[in-house]
Design a protein around this ligand. Structure first.
Ligand code: FE
Ligand code: FE
Ligand code: ZN
Length: 295
């Protein structure tokens, strides 16, 4: 079964209900959102009435909550523990974000593993595992999905070995709560041609296990293979292209895994800005490219 959706907005007076309504307007049966700003730790309280209405609307439209994910804000960096207070702040905030997922009755939280900055990659890997072991010790019912990164700057998680390194250092009970979120733009930018996606999956399966893949971000890329840049392009408008992305989406080994578009909004000028998702999802369902931007 195809579960496809997009990034959506969680706004203060609509919250999860707004997310579900927006998703339905695109024809989605999956979605992703930040529970507040993606750049800061500013968070408003969760309204339970809106949450319950949202879940009701999901039920009526056959959206399974397990195909819906929260994305943690970018500022959390578990890879660098050189400033103890900061590191503790990140762990505490991350725990709060996990609690918010529980409160919203959402079971998956995507996390950028982090950047090792002035430390070494090996230190970064150890620190991320340490942070996850602390943060996930006492929480049940939410999976943390480590995102495969493009390798911009000192990012950890831009190789299968990085992710394996983190997962191998997790405590046994924490390991069961951690999965992986792939991202086609990031995999491309990290150095894999998406035409070789099955070879990527073979290596992933032998080193980590394909069952750990619990979400896939579907993005085209503005950059070439191995560029380590991380600039998402609209579906079929980038260097990866329509066919290769369609093959990822319909790869039988990834059936039933939620696929989330994080492609940019279309912006002709300040007054004319619109979400591409309705069109991209339609193209994906039809397996046929239409130049919806220039038509
Ligand atoms: Fe991400
Ligand atoms: Fe992503
Ligand atoms: Zn990205």
């Amino acid at each position: 079964m195809l579960y496809i959706g997009s990034h959506t907005s969680f706004i203060k007076d609509k919250q999860l209900l707004g997310v579900v309504e927006e998703s339905l307007s695109y024809g989605s049966n999956a979605f992703m959102f930040y529970t507040g700003s993606n750049q800061s730790t500013l968070r408003f309280p969760i309204n339970h009435e809106l949450r319950d209405k949202a879940h009701e609307l999901m039920k009526n439209n056959n959206i399974d909550k397990n195909n819906c994910v929260v994305h943690a804000p970018f500022i959390i960096n578990l890879a660098n523990d050189s400033d103890e207070d900061k590191y503790q702040f990140y762990i505490d905030f991350f725990k709060k974000e996990l609690e918010r997922c529980k409160e919203l009755d959402i079971t998956k939280l995507v996390l950028h593993p982090g950047s090792y900055t002035k430390l070494t990659r090996e230190d970064g890997i150890k620190n991320i595992a340490k942070g996850l072991n602390i943060a996930l010790k006492d929480i049940e019912g939410v999976y943390v999905l480590l995102e495969f990164m493009s390798g911009k700057g000192t990012e950890v998680g831009s190789s299968i070995d990085d992710l394996k390194g983190i997962i191998d250092l997790l405590d046994r009970d924490v390991k069961n709560k951690v999965g992986v979120c792939l991202d086609t733009c990031h995999i491309n930018d990290a150095g894999w041609d998406i035409k070789d996606f099955d070879i990527f999956l073979d290596e992933f399966d032998s080193k980590i296990g394909i069952d750990k893949i619990m979400c896939i971000h579907i993005n085209d890329s503005y950059n070439t293979v191995g560029a380590h840049k991380d600039r998402h392009a609209n579906f079929g408008y980038g260097t990866i292209g329509f066919e290769k992305l369609i093959n990822v989406i319909y790869n039988p080994r990834l059936d039933n895994i939620p696929k989330i578009l994080e492609t940019p909004w279309i912006n002709r000028n300040e007054k004319d800005e619109w979400a591409p998702y309705k069109y991209e999802i339609e193209m994906i369902r039809n397996k046929k490219f239409t130049d919806y931007i220039n038509k």
